[in-house]
Design a protein around this ligand. Structure first.
Ligand code: PGA
Length: 243
């Protein structure tokens, strides 16, 4: 399975930096699928700057319906028009900041699929849930309720306590969780569940990428902070095994 290396810019980045960033990453290593998920306002310009390169674009959220009276929201068909082909959904920051539930994520994922885009659905436990021994249960529940029927897309496991903290789970913990996610996907989606890339996210850096990306059932990385530096994102991509 080819690995996917996705950069999640979150609410960082302005127009001034786009041209140089796009120039730096346009020759991403060809053994991975790379994508950048900048803020909505930069998608259009990024698409132009990346024209002709294999690097894809993604958004960080969308609304569950194509159009309507929802001030401040953006729909999946609107994102498709910018040239984006992926949408991150259910990131823990959206679940925490905006109260997004598994049902919300599922509805958005249906909209993303209907618009012909690929959803990257994020799951992950908090530190308190891990300490209570509930991590796998929490993540399995998120998978069950956030994924639409017949889901075809990407899943990202991001332990909330590892995001932006410089901390990562042990290799044994990542291996166990990715195995649990794979089992849940196959139970829910049948053989299609075995074709879904399961990304790891949470403090992925050039220095830990090779060991994390080599773990069984890790199908790539969702990279936050380090993705703002193109050299770091390229180093992470270079560290991915050939699928
Ligand atoms: P981080 O963020 O790499 O800065 O920890 C990952 C994410 O939130 O997707």
């Amino acid at each position: 399975m080819r690995q996917i290396i996705a950069g999640n810019w979150k609410m960082y980045g302005q127009l001034a930096g786009i041209a140089a960033y796009a120039e730096a990453i346009r020759n991403a290593p060809d053994h991975v699928d790379m994508l950048i998920c900048p803020p909505f306002t930069l998608l259009d310009r990024f698409a132009a700057a990346l024209k002709g390169s294999p690097v894809a674009l993604g958004a960080q959220n969308c609304h569950a319906i194509p159009q309507g009276a929802h001030t401040g929201d953006i729909s999946a068909p609107m994102l498709a028009e910018t040239g984006a082909t992926y949408v991150i959904l259910g990131h823990s920051e959206r679940r925490a900041d905006h109260g997004e539930t598994n049902a919300d994520v599922r509805a958005k994922a249906e909209a993303v699929l209907a618009a012909g885009l690929t959803a990257i659905i994020c799951v992950g436990e908090t530190e308190a849930q891990r300490d209570a021994g509930e991590a796998e249960h929490v993540v399995r529940t998120q998978i069950t309720h956030s994924l639409p029927e017949n889901f075809a897309g990407v899943v990202a496991y991001e332990p909330v306590w590892a995001i932006g903290t410089g901390r990562t789970p042990t290799e044994a913990d990542v291996t166990a969780m990715h195995a649990a996610i794979r089992a849940a996907l196959v139970a829910q989606l049948g053989t299609n569940g075995s074709t879904i890339n399961i990304l790891y996210g949470g403090s992925v850096k050039p220095g830990n990428a090779a060991s994390l990306l080599a773990l069984p059932e890790v199908g790539g990385a969702l990279v936050g902070g380090a993705s703002l530096n193109p050299a770091d994102l390229l180093a992470i991509a270079a560290a991915a095994p050939r699928g």
